[in-house]
Design a protein around this ligand. Structure first.
Ligand SMILES: [Zn+2]
Length: 678
C-alpha cells in the first residue's frame, strides 16, 4: 500500500482497508465469521428467489448521521461540505451523476440506478430534533488505520455511534496515514458499524482534496456497508489474481485493483476486449475515474436491505421529532413525506410505497411491489407508522383497504365503496383490520385479495392486472373518522390533507412479448357531473436519463373513446397519426379529456417503444399520466413504470461458491436458482 507522499502531504492513491478490518474481525470473533457466512447465504438465496423481478420498484431512503471528530478548526467540516457529500451519494446511487454518460458503451447496458437514496437524519435516537450531524472536539491530533476505531467511541477520543440498525453512521476525521476510508460489512459489532472517512476525501468542497474531492470515497464505502466486495475479488495477494470474484455476474473478472485514471480498455484475466470495469465505484481509481454501479451490485445492495440491514426500512430517523404532538398513526405518501398535514411535497399523491402487493405471502421478506395476478389470491401489505416518540403511548384505529380499477379519475367514496357496478365492478373494500402501533414504531398488516375476473373489463378495453389501492386509518367510528380534514369527493385532496390516507396507482408495465411494453388506464366518469379536465404525460423531475431518452410512447383509445379520438384530439406536445394514435416523444404532452356521461368508461392504451439509442442501463423509468382540472390542479393520475433490464436467472455470482476469505461457503441452492451449485 502506498505511503503518504512526504513532499505533498496528500493522499495519492485510493486506500480502503475494509477487507483488512473484515479479516481482523473474522480472526477475533467466531460469531462474526458465523454471521458473515449466514448473511452471504441469505443474500444469495434472496437474490436467486427474486431475480426475475429486477430492480426495486420503490425507493429506499437511508437516514444518515455524520459524526465530525475534529482537532483543528479546519477539520471541523462545514454543514455545506456534509450536504455536498449527501448530494454526491444521491447522484451516484440514483445514477443521476453528471459523469454517468462517461461509462464505455461496452458497460453502459449494465450501469444501474440502485433505487437507494440518503438523507441526514432529522430525529436522533432519543427522539430529539437533529440536523443529522454531531461535532466532537477531540484531543487526538490524527487517526490511522490502526486507530481508526477510536473515532467510533467517545471514550477513545471519538463519537459514539447511533443505533446502527436505524442509521448509517459516518465518522469524518483526520487521518495522518494513507487511509481514505474503511467500512463495516453487515454482520459486525454494532459499536463499530458504519464507516470512517478522511476529511480530505469527504464531500466536494472545503477540506476535500484532489484526486479524492468528488465524494466517491463515501460512495465506495457505502457499497461495502451494503455488502459489496471490491470488484477485483481481493485476490491481489494470491498467486492467481484471477481466482476470486466479487460475487456479481455482470462485472468482468479482473486481476487486481486499478489506481489513478486508467485508459480504456485495460485487459487482465483474459477479459478482453473490454477489460476491467475500472470505472466501477468498487475499484480503487481516482474519484474522477469512477462513475457506475452495475445491476447485479444494485441487486446485492437491495438484497442486503431486505436481509441484514432490514431495520433501515423501519427507521424513524427521517421523521421530524420536534413537531410531533403525541400518538399519531400515519402512512407515507412518498419518500419525501414526513407526516405533515397537508403533505407539502410536490410529488403526486398516488405513489405510496407503504402499500405493496405480493403474489406470494412473502411481503415481510420482500417489501417491494408486484403487479397483482388477476383472479388469483394475492397479498397486500400496508405499513402503519406512529409519529410519536417511543414511550409516549400507542394509538389504535381501524385500517381499511380498498381497490379500484386503474384509472386517472378516481373520486371518493365511489368507486372504492363498491357502488359503481357498470360496466363492471370498479372498486370495493378489500378488508378492514384493527391496528395498534406504539410511538416511534410501525407495523405491517397483511390482507388477502383476489382481484376480479379480468374478462369483466374486456368491454372497455382495460387490461387485467392494473388496479389502484387506497388505505385509510379511521381512529374514530363517527365522521370525520379521525381525519384532520374531513373527506370530500376530491380524493386527491383527501390524501394530501390527511396523513392517515395513502394511495397507490402504480402499475409495472408489462411486455407484450415483442419487446414492446404497454399499459392501460381507464378514463371515465365516476362522479356524475361532466368536468373539463386535461391529461398530462409527465416524467418525474430528475437530472438523469428520462423515459424519452429511451424511446417514445404511442397512445391509442379503446372502448367509448375510440370514436371520440377519431374526431381529432385537442392539446399540444404530441402528433396525432393517421390511424388516430398519439405519438409522444417528450414529457409534458397534454390532451383535453373527453367529457363522458356518468358511468361511461374507456381506456387509454399506452405503448412504450424503444428507439434503439445508446443503452440506458438498468433503470426504472416512470411515466405519470396526470389528470388536472381547468386551474391546473392535480385531481388524479396513474404512474406507469418499467424496468429497462429484465431480471436474470443467475445474477450476482459468476463462479462456483468457493472459499471466501478463509470461510468455505456451504453451497445451498434455492429451487429456482439454476446457478449450478453443487
Ligand atoms: Zn473498499
Amino acid at each position: 500500500m502506498a505511503k503518504r507522499d512526504p513532499n505533498q502531504g496528500r493522499k495519492r492513491i485510493r486506500t480502503c482497508d475494509t477487507m483488512e478490518e473484515h479479516r481482523r474481525l473474522a480472526y477475533l470473533y467466531p460469531e462474526y465469521r458465523r454471521r458473515r457466512r449466514e448473511i452471504e447465504l441469505e443474500t444469495r438465496e434472496f437474490i436467486a428467489r427474486y431475480a426475475e423481478e429486477g430492480l426495486r420498484t420503490g425507493i429506499v431512503r437511508i437516514p444518515v448521521v455524520v459524526h465530525v471528530v475534529w482537532n483543528t478548526a479546519a477539520q471541523n467540516v462545514s454543514d455545506a461540505q456534509i450536504q455536498s457529500q449527501i448530494n454526491v451519494l444521491n447522484a451516484d446511487f440514483r445514477r443521476t451523476n453528471a459523469d454517468a454518460g462517461s461509462v464505455p458503451a461496452a458497460f453502459a447496458g449494465v450501469a444501474a440506478d440502485t433505487r437507494i437514496e440518503f438523507a441526514l437524519a432529522v430525529r436522533d435516537p432519543t427522539c430529539g430534533a437533529t440536523n443529522g450531524i454531531t461535532r466532537t472536539n477531540t484531543a487526538t491530533t490524527g487517526f490511522t488505520k490502526a486507530t481508526k476505531n477510536n473515532l467510533k467511541s467517545a471514550a477513545t477520543g471519538g463519537a459514539d455511534p447511533w443505533p446502527s440498525d436505524r442509521y448509517l453512521n459516518i465518522w469524518v476525521g483526520n487521518f495522518t496515514d494513507t487511509l481514505l476510508g474503511s467500512a463495516s460489512f453487515p454482520g459486525g459489532p454494532a459499536a463499530l458499524d458504519g464507516f470512517v472517512v478522511d476529511t480530505e476525501a469527504f464531500g466536494t468542497i472545503g477540506t476535500a482534496t484532489a484526486p479524492f474531492n468528488l465524494g466517491r470515497t463515501a460512495t465506495h464505502e457505502i457499497g461495502h456497508w451494503l455488502n459489496l466486495l471490491h470488484i477485483w475479488g481481493d485476490d491481489q495477494g494470491l498467486a492467481d489474481t484471477c481466482s476470486q470474484s466479487d460475487e456479481c455476474g455482470d462485472t468482468p473478472n479482473q486481476g487486481i485493483m486499478n489506481f489513478g485514471t486508467p485508459a480504456f480498455p485495460h485487459v487482465t484475466c483474459s477479459n478482453g476486449p473490454n477489460g476491467d470495469m475500472f470505472m466501477n465505484y468498487m475499484d480503487y481509481v481516482d474519484d474522477a475515474a469512477m462513475f457506475m454501479f452495475t445491476q447485479d451490485q444494485a441487486t446485492r445492495m437491495n438484497a442486503t436491505l431486505s436481509v441484514a440491514r432490514v431495520g433501515i426500512l423501519a427507521s424513524d430517523g427521517l421523521v421530524p421529532a420536534g413537531a410531533t404532538p403525541g400518538p399519531d398513526l400515519w402512512m407515507q405518501d412518498n419518500a419525501d413525506d414526513t407526516g405533515a398535514e397537508p403533505d407539502p411535497s410536490a410529488n403526486p399523491m398516488w405513489i405510496s410505497d407503504d402499500i405493496w402487493v405480493r403474489n406470494s405471502p412473502d411481503g415481510l421478506t420482500n417489501q417491494d411491489h408486484q403487479n397483482p395476478n388477476g383472479e388469483q389470491l394475492n397479498y397486500v401489505y400496508v405499513r402503519v407508522r406512529n409519529r410519536a416518540c417511543p414511550g409516549t403511548g400507542s394509538q389504535s384505529g381501524t385500517l381499511k383497504l380498498y381497490w379500484a380499477k386503474a384509472s386517472s379519475s378516481l373520486s371518493w367514496p365511489a368507486p372504492w365503496d363498491g357502488s359503481v357496478t357498470a360496466p363492471a365492478l370498479m372498486g370495493e373494500l378489500i378488508g378492514s383490520q384493527p391496528v395498534t402501533v406504539a410511538g416511534g414504531s410501525q407495523q405491517i398488516l397483511s390482507f388477502n385479495w383476489t382481484p376480479p375476473d379480468p374478462s369483466d373489463y374486456a368491454s372497455f378495453g382495460a387490461d387485467k392486472a392494473h388496479f389502484c389501492l387506497l388505505a385509510r386509518i379511521e381512529t374514530s367510528a363517527t365522521s370525520p373518522f379521525g381525519m384532520t380534514t374531513a373527506e370530500t369527493s376530491n380524493l386527491y385532496a383527501n390524501v394530501q390533507n390527511n396523513n392517515n390516507i395513502v394511495w397507490k396507482n402504480i402499475s409495472i408495465v408489462d411486455t407484450d412479448g415483442d419487446g414492446m411494453r404497454y399499459a392501460d388506464i381507464v378514463i371515465g366518469n365516476f362522479g356524475g357531473e361532466r368536468r373539463s379536465t386535461r391529461l398530462i404525460f409527465e416524467t418525474p423531475k430528475r437530472r438523469g436519463a428520462s423515459l424519452f431518452d429511451w424511446g417514445h410512447i404511442l397512445v391509442d383509445f379503446r372502448g367509448v373513446l375510440e370514436k371520440w379520438a377519431r374526431g381529432g384530439i385537442k392539446g399540444d406536445g404530441f402528433e396525432q397519426l393517421a390511424d388516430g394514435r398519439l405519438f409522444i416523444a417528450q414529457a409534458g404532452a397534454q390532451i383535453q379529456s373527453p367529457q363522458l356521461k356518468r358511468g361511461r368508461f374507456g381506456t387509454l392504451h399506452v405503448q412504450f417503444v424503444p428507439d434503439g439509442r445508446r443503452p440506458t442501463g438498468a433503470q426504472v423509468f416512470e411515466l405519470d399520466v396526470t389528470e388536472v382540472d381547468n386551474k391546473g390542479k392535480r385531481i388524479g393520475g396513474q404512474r406507469l413504470l418499467f424496468k429497462t433490464t429484465a431480471g436474470r436467472r443467475r445474477p450476482c455470482w459468476d463462479q462456483q461458491l468457493r472459499t471466501f476469505d478463509g470461510v468455505t461457503w456451504m453451497a445451498k441452492c434455492h429451487d429456482e436458482c439454476g446457478c449450478g451449485c453443487k
